[in-house]
Design a binder for this molecule. Structure first.
Ligand code: SF4
Length: 83
């Protein structure tokens, strides 16, 4: 039997900025959707794998608090002092 890749077993939650990974003492991992705290449309622990989700936002996407990246992955210019 072929092994299931972690990405395939979890789906979108694996790379979503709204997920919080909870680790059990036995080494298990549970993917808690933080959107569930404010929106009842999202289950606290989604049934995996999640293949489609309107609330999905990629980690590192614009608006996530990550610094913008320039071409080639370089950090953008720092603002001049006093700005
Ligand atoms: S918003 Fe969707 S993709 Fe993101 S953690 Fe919640 S259920 Fe998963």
């Amino acid at each position: 039997m072929a092994a299931i890749e972690p990405d395939a077993a979890v789906g979108l939650c694996l790379r979503c900025r709204h997920v919080h990974v909870v680790r059990s003492r036995t080494g298990g991992r549970f993917y808690r959707c933080e959107r569930s705290a404010t929106d009842a449309d999202y289950p606290k622990y989604p049934r995996l794998p999640v293949r489609s989700c309107d609330g999905y936002e990629s980690r590192g996407a614009p608006g996530t608090g990550q610094p913008p990246r320039g071409p080639g992955g370089a950090a953008g210019p720092e603002p001049a002092p006093g700005q």
